[in-house]
Design a protein. Structure first.
Length: 525
């Protein structure tokens, strides 16, 4: 018989044991996969937020520039070289204090010339007055001569009648009388001419006096003085520099009158300006003092609009005290204006108002708000909601798609900015996008779109909404009436909600990676 080379055989009882172990391993793997994948059905795990009670404030965020309440630019009305410079940046000055001096030599010479011209004019005036007096004397002589000639004519008329003299002598006396009478007229005309020359000389004297006053005024303007009490915040000239005052007055210094009181010029979007009222409370921060919050009040709402790239803004002046002089002109302020506030109200997270079960249409306010983390499906749902709610035609739908895409690209560029900068830029981008969408709508669509935007931004005083609670393992819709919103939470005016209730704000599939907070841009629609 041949030798057995197959080796020792395994006992027959081991084979069922191996099979049992394999089956057990497969069962364990199946159980683990079933657990990790949500028990094999992909059932969602809900994320909840509690209904809370507390304060709520509607805030308008914007940026502005700090300014002094009164800023005076000190210039020069004359040209010349700066001879003396007596103040510098941050110099505290008093009204009338000498700040700088322009070389006065040229203007001193003009004053001397004007004084000499005035003396010459006065001398000429005296000469003309003397000539006028002489002419008046000539008139008196002519009158005396006329009286003598008239008397002689009367005597010779009598003698001719008596026959003592010839008529020729009478006629000669008559001609002399007429000549004397004409001499009076000539002397009177000469007096009038002399008087006119005196008046002309007097006018020249006044002209020379005015020229002298102008020359002295220009000389006085070589001294640049402070028009108000304040602090020099800008100096734009140096000693030896030539100042040329031609069509425009050159600015030499800028003086802030009182830095203990400051103001912020804030650019408010036209969609928010209706929420701003005088004396509203304002808080703002500046980059120079991180972590510190400054307070102020709305002082003025200017009615002059500014349009930049089809975005209309209005300037709102916010007054703020500055007793420690930490705030200086030119700083950028990140401003938050409290347009309305509530105390001790029931509030729910805005994410709960936006959430809908899978397959349900997004509400108008979710479309307006952009729906939080913007996945492709959410963006498509919002886009479809706009199409349905506004009844957009094909051209309008295509334009909305372009605006959505442009906005997503622009929002993605803001991820590396600071929170304050990102908030400011995103607010401005949302305003621009709303303007673009509004521009493609007709009158009825604009009205409906305004309602959508009002619901999203909290400008509507009251509205309706829906949240969902889990009852029996399934989401149940709870209708509520909403009020004020701050962008993160909304006031619950009425509805079947109580403090501490949990409402659904999102879903998370067990085997899916949790979405990163803020991973998608918030679209402004």
């Amino acid at each position: 018989m041949p030798a057995d080379v197959s080796g020792p055989r395994r006992p027959a009882w081991r084979r069922p044991l191996v099979a049992l172990l394999v089956v057990a391993a497969l069962a364990a793997a199946g159980w683990g996969a079933w657990t990790l994948l949500g028990k094999g059905t992909g059932a969602p795990a809900y994320r909840f937020a509690k209904v809370e009670r507390g304060a709520l404030a509607s805030v308008v965020s914007a940026s502005g520039t700090l300014q002094a309440v009164t800023t005076v630019q000190v210039g020069s009305q004359i040209s010349g070289q700066i001879k003396e410079l007596l103040v510098d940046f941050n110099s505290v000055v008093k009204e009338g204090q000498l700040l700088a001096r322009i070389d006065p030599e040229t203007y001193e010479l003009k004053v001397r010339q004007a004084e000499a011209d005035l003396e010459a004019a006065r001398t000429s005036h005296l000469q003309r007055e003397s000539d006028a007096a002489a002419q008046r004397s000539q008139v008196l002589r002519a009158r005396i001569g006329f009286e003598d000639a008239k008397s002689d004519l009367e005597r010779k008329e009598s003698l001719v009648q008596k026959g003592f003299i010839s008529t020729a002598e009478r006629d000669k006396a008559r001609f002399v009388a007429r000549e004397a009478e004409e001499a009076i007229r000539t002397a009177d005309a000469q007096v009038k001419s002399a008087v006119a020359q005196v008046a002309n000389a007097a006018a020249i004297v006044k002209q020379r006096e005015a020229a002298l006053a102008s020359a002295r005024n220009d000389l006085a303007k070589t001294a640049i003085t402070a028009p108000v009490n304040g602090v020099v915040i800008s100096r734009q000239v140096d000693a030896g520099q030539t100042v040329a005052a031609s069509l425009n007055t050159p600015t030499l210094f800028t003086i802030a009158q009182d830095l203990s009181k400051m103001q912020v010029a804030v650019a408010i979007d036209e969609t928010d300006i209706g929420r701003i009222r005088p004396d509203q409370r304002v808080t703002f921060t500046v980059d120079a003092y991180a972590g510190r919050t400054f307070e102020g009040r709305v002082d003025q709402i200017r009615k002059s609009a500014t349009t930049v790239q089809n975005v209309v803004t209005y300037t709102v002046i916010v007054s703020t005290p500055n007793p420690d002089l930490r705030l200086v002109p030119g700083m950028t302020a990140n401003v938050r204006i409290v347009s309305d506030s509530r105390e001790n109200v029931l509030k729910v997270a805005n994410a709960a108002l936006r959430w809908r079960p899978l397959g349900a249409a997004a509400p108008a306010d979710a479309v307006a708000n952009g729906g939080g983390a913007a996945g492709a499906g959410d963006a498509q749902a919002r886009r479809q909601r706009l199409v349905d709610e506004l009844k957009l035609d094909a051209a309008q739908s295509a334009r909305v798609d372009e605006i959505f895409a442009e906005q997503r690209n622009r929002m993605a560029e803001l991820r590396d900015l600071t929170d304050a900068d990102r908030r400011q830029r995103s607010e401005r981008m949302r305003g621009e996008a709303r303007q673009k969408i509004n521009a493609i709508l007709d009158a009825e669509q604009k009205k409906r779109y305004a309602e959508i935007v009002a619901a999203e931004t909290g400008r509507a005083s009251a509205g309706t909404g829906r949240v969902h609670k889990v009852v029996g393992g399934r989401p149940v819709e709870v209708p509520i009436r909403t009020g004020l919103t701050d962008g993160n939470a909304t006031e619950v005016v009425s509805g079947a909600l109580a403090e501490g209730d949990g409402v659904i704000v999102g879903t998370q599939i067990a085997n899916a990676a949790a979405p990163k907070a803020g991973s998608g841009p918030r679209l402004p629609f």
